[in-house]
Design a protein around this ligand. Structure first.
Ligand SMILES: [Ca+2]
Ligand SMILES: [Ca+2]
Ligand SMILES: [Ca+2]
Ligand SMILES: [Ca+2]
Length: 215
């Protein structure tokens, strides 16, 4: 008696199923990784844009001060010397033909609250020796007023390391994240801001502008 032939079953073998599952899982992984990478790139681009916008707003505010400032009152006045503090005066009232000048004004890098210039993150915000841009009106007088124009200023200008050398090639050694440089009647202002995301990644951007001082 002839046994009935075994009917061939269509479908997948176990090995085929395993291979198929692996391929699909790999595809999902590739898609997820690509999406995550694109998302991270987008986030970083947005962070950079926000940091640059913030830095330019501060530079615009500082530049406004020097539209009125008198060249001869600006210190430091030595060409090619960068400083993290600048002092100047602006015209006050006019009595007859005599101009009364304002008290001294200063714009300066100052180490942020709770932070010390010691190479350590004292205030636990993830930044080391970070500073603020401090604007002072009537410096040293009873009428003195101070306004913080910006936080998150990097301890040193972009590309600079604390090593007694000029790492970024601008002829200044270990310069601060805020630098003023006066050459003839052109004032150049450089500012480096830094941002830290929730994973502790640091991002910094440096912007600069130049202002022609009237003389
Ligand atoms: Ca800090
Ligand atoms: Ca510190
Ligand atoms: Ca250096
Ligand atoms: Ca330098």
């Amino acid at each position: 008696m002839k046994l009935p032939e075994r009917k061939h079953l269509s479908g997948f073998t176990l090995i085929e199923l395993m291979i198929g599952t692996t391929v699909v899982a790999g595809l999902f992984y590739a898609i997820a990784t690509t999406s995550l990478s694109a998302s991270n790139t987008y986030d970083e681009t947005m962070r950079r844009a926000r940091l640059v916008t913030k830095a330019h707003k501060v530079l615009d505010r500082i530049s406004d001060e020097f539209v009125e400032a008198e060249l001869t009152t600006i210190t430091p006045a030595l060409p090619g010397v960068g400083a993290s503090t600048i002092t100047y005066r602006v015209p006050g009232s006019l009595a007859g033909s005599v101009i009364t000048w304002s008290g001294n004004r200063t714009i300066a890098f100052q180490t942020d609250a709770g932070e010390f210039d010691d190479g350590i993150d004292n205030n636990g915000d993830g930044r080391i020796d970070e500073g603020v841009v401090l604007f002072t009106i009537d410096a040293g007088l009873a009428t003195q007023k101070q306004v913080t124009l910006c936080h998150d200023v990097r301890s040193l200008l972009g590309g600079e390391l604390s090593n007694l050398g000029d790492d970024n090639g601008n002829l200044m050694v270990d310069e601060r994240g805020l630098v003023f440089e006066l050459t003839a009647n052109v004032l150049t202002i450089r500012l480096t801001l830094e941002d830290i995301d929730e994973d502790g990644n640091t991002l910094s951007k440096t912007v600069q502008t130049s202002v022609r001082i009237r003389n």
